[in-house]
Design a protein around this ligand. Structure first.
Ligand code: ADP
Ligand code: NI
Length: 219
């Protein structure tokens, strides 16, 4: 198998599918996840070929193939790998990575069974936090017509960053439902380390956000 050729063909296909997507799942998300996954994978001694393909294909089911069919992403990954010169074994291994990290509905935590899947999941989670994570959250919220914040619907305790979440609440809720929890859910030591700065930035962001909202800066 010509590894380089497989990666570059799959990259071209994925790029075509994701270019210009407006809800935080654009090609650049895939590309950032790929780069961070390779960085983490290198330090964690993972198989970088599997990591790169897993990262490129990790959101493949999210694009144009929505719905609750969990088999779409893995099946599509397998198909793409076979079509682009990969063998059955490679196709199965990558599709397993995709199946383990692609679905995150209803708070379900899927089991991660390989180092490579852990690496890709960490890279995907890193892209959901920090400055980029903040931008993606508001882009996603806007795409669902959600308010950025609503103090009457979403009371919070400024000091402790506690808030209660509502299903269809403002985007700020998503920080408490998910984004602030990701740091402690990282799977690899390298991923954990990389999440710290991004996590503090989100805390700082929220602090400043509430401060400005309450006109704290003029006090
Ligand atoms: P990915 O598949 O890239 O891990 P998701 O499909 O879960 O991410 O979400 C894509 C982006 O949209 C992420 O940055 C995520 O934080 C954000 N997002 C998902 N659900 C919400 C929500 N309810 N409110 C705001 N942002 C959200
Ligand atoms: Ni993703």
């Amino acid at each position: 198998m010509d590894k380089l050729a497989i990666v570059s063909k799959i990259e071209i296909e994925v790029k075509c599918l994701f270019e210009g997507e407006g809800t935080g799942h654009d090609w650049y998300h895939i590309d950032r996840v790929r780069h961070n996954a390779l960085k983490i994978g290198e330090l964690e001694n993972a198989d970088l070929f599997l990591v790169e393909l897993g990262a490129l294909l990790h959101d493949i089911a999210d694009h144009k193939f929505h719905g609750n069919d969990l088999s779409v992403g893995p099946a599509r990954s397998k198909e793409l790998i076979l079509k682009n010169g990969g063998d059955e074994n490679l196709a199965n291994r990558v599709s397993k990575i995709v199946s383990e990290i692609s679905y995150k509905g209803a708070g379900v935590e899927t089991t991660i069974s390989s180092l490579e899947a852990a690496v890709v999941q960490d890279a995907d989670r890193l892209d959901a936090i920090g400055a980029i994570g903040i931008a993606r959250a508001f882009a996603y919220g806007g795409s669902k017509n959600r308010e950025i914040y609503n103090p009457t619907k979403n009371p919070h305790l400024h000091d402790t960053f506690l808030a209660y979440a509502e299903d269809d609440g403002a985007t700020i809720n998503h920080f408490y439902e998910k984004l602030l929890l990701l740091k402690d859910r990282m799977q690899t030591a390298t991923g954990k380390k990389m999440s710290i700065k991004r996590h503090s930035f989100m805390e700082k962001f929220l602090e400043t956000f509430y401060d400005e909202w309450n006109l704290g800066e003029s006090r």
